[in-house]
Design a protein around this ligand. Structure first.
Ligand code: SF4
Length: 413
């Protein structure tokens, strides 16, 4: 059997990797990764992610192989899928990474893989690519390795010794969804691997405090990904699971990937993709929990009767409209927590309000100068010279504050 040349393999394996959202560029507008072109963020496998210090970095995002012995229904690389297959050797992955790095195209590598022969064998190949880079070439760039929960914990541990970040995909938010759509995967094994990685990260951090030369282990932590819209799980289910994962496994991020229909899809999958705005609303709720101190129960309270977040307004506004008795909030007296619940007030605006009100009593104009849009904020606050009489109680407040239809369509493509 003839093997495709390296560029052909790169084309296949970079395209196959674009379905993994654990690399942050997956949140950008979807482009055809085969088209490339000036300004393309995804041509030939270049993606963008955020480094632990907050910098946006470009990564070579590829699969080691898109062959797979598993048959997850939602995955284009599953055993029964009729796609062109390719496979890199660990040495090829290392060589490609180095040549892209030397040309300044990338600052690191995101490496995932389908499963060939066995989970252990595949994990060994992934670790070997990282070992070559780190040990043979003293590569100091960023490495994110996808780990396979079914693999031997000792091999997964070695991945963490070379990688900055590791990730294990939870895939579906409920065990029933996983059993139905990924019959080869086991929820307990996934959580076991997440738990072991969490312990290894904590241990390595403790050792580092005591011994300067203690070995590093995934210093940028671990993350996971959940697919949205491939099963019947609601946003409330997804948010609940995400919050338990953050608490139990110290995850840096839970990424969401809107299910996209694949060629020759299995009959158990929906025919249509969920609206992309649904993924966006879940990211907004994730943001509220991580930076605005919302409890998962509060996000769930913002959902509609079907358990999903509204698509026409953001979750913060949805929550505020349901709990109007909590408003208006007096910007001159309210706690930081209450100010953070005001639609239209971001973390920075709240900081500015708290700093300004130490020196003076704020008027509506003062708040307008400290926020991006006073129109959204006004119905929910009172100031020295402003009180929204009856405004908070208006039945059409949602319609007044919802973005116009044209704006929504930007997300619907
Ligand atoms: S294990 Fe499942 S999700 Fe991963 S590549 Fe194979 S079929 Fe796809």
């Amino acid at each position: 059997m003839s093997h495709p040349p390296i560029l052909e393999k790169l084309k296949i394996l970079a395209d196959a990797a674009k379905y993994d959202a654990s690399c942050a560029s997956s949140g950008t507008a979807k482009r055809n990764s085969t088209s490339g072109g000036i300004g393309s963020t995804e041509g030939m496998g270049i993606c963008h992610a955020y480094a632990p210090d907050g910098r946006c970095i470009s990564l070579l995002k590829i699969l080691l192989t898109n062959h797979c012995i598993f048959d997850c229904h939602y995955c284009i690389n599953r055993k029964s899928s009729n796609v062109r297959r390719a496979r890199f050797t660990p040495q090829e992955v290392a060589d490609l990474t180095l040549s892209f790095y030397r040309r300044n195209y990338i600052e690191g590598l995101f490496l995932s893989s389908g499963i060939i022969k066995s989970s252990d064998h595949t994990m060994e190949m992934i670790v070997e690519a990282a070992r070559i880079l780190r040990e043979e070439h003293d590569f100091r760039g960023y490495i994110h390795l996808k780990t396979i929960p079914e693999a031997d914990p000792e091999i997964i541990h070695r991945a963490g010794m070379y990688a900055d970040r590791v990730s294990i995909n939870v895939e579906l938010s409920t065990d029933a969804g996983l059993t139905r759509l990924a019959p080869d995967k086991d929820a307990r094994q996934i959580e076991g691997a997440l738990g072991k990685t969490k312990d290894d990260i904590v241990e390595a951090k403790d050792a580092k405090k005591r011994f300067r030369h203690a070995p590093r282990f995934a210093p940028a932590g671990q993350s996971t990904q959940m697919i949205v819209g491939a099963d019947t799980a609601s946003d409330a289910d997804i948010v609940g699971r995400a919050s338990r994962l953050y608490d139990s496994f110290n995850l840096r991020r839970v990424y969401y990937s809107a299910f996209s229909p694949i060629p020759d899809a299995s009959a158990v999958l929906p025919l249509k993709r969920p609206p992309l705005i649904r993924e966006h609303r879940l990211y907004q709720s994730d943001w509220l929990m991580r930076f605005y101190d919302y409890r998962p129960q509060e996000i769930m309270q913002a959902t509609e009767a079907d358990g999903n977040l509204p698509l026409d307004i953001d979750p913060k506004l949805a929550w505020a409209l349901k709990f109007r008795e909590r408003f208006p909030v007096d910007v001159n007296r309210a706690s930081r927590e209450d100010l953070l619940r005001v639609p239209g007030l971001g973390v920075k605006a709240v900081q500015r309000i708290l700093a300004s009100r130490r020196h003076r009593t704020l008027r509506l104009d003062d708040v307008a100068r400290l926020t991006v849009s006073i129109t959204k904020v006004r119905p929910f606050i009172c100031t020295l010279d402003w009180r929204p009489t009856m405004l908070t109680d208006r039945a059409d407040l949602r319609a007044l504050l919802a973005p116009k239809q044209e704006q929504l369509e930007l997300f619907a493509a």
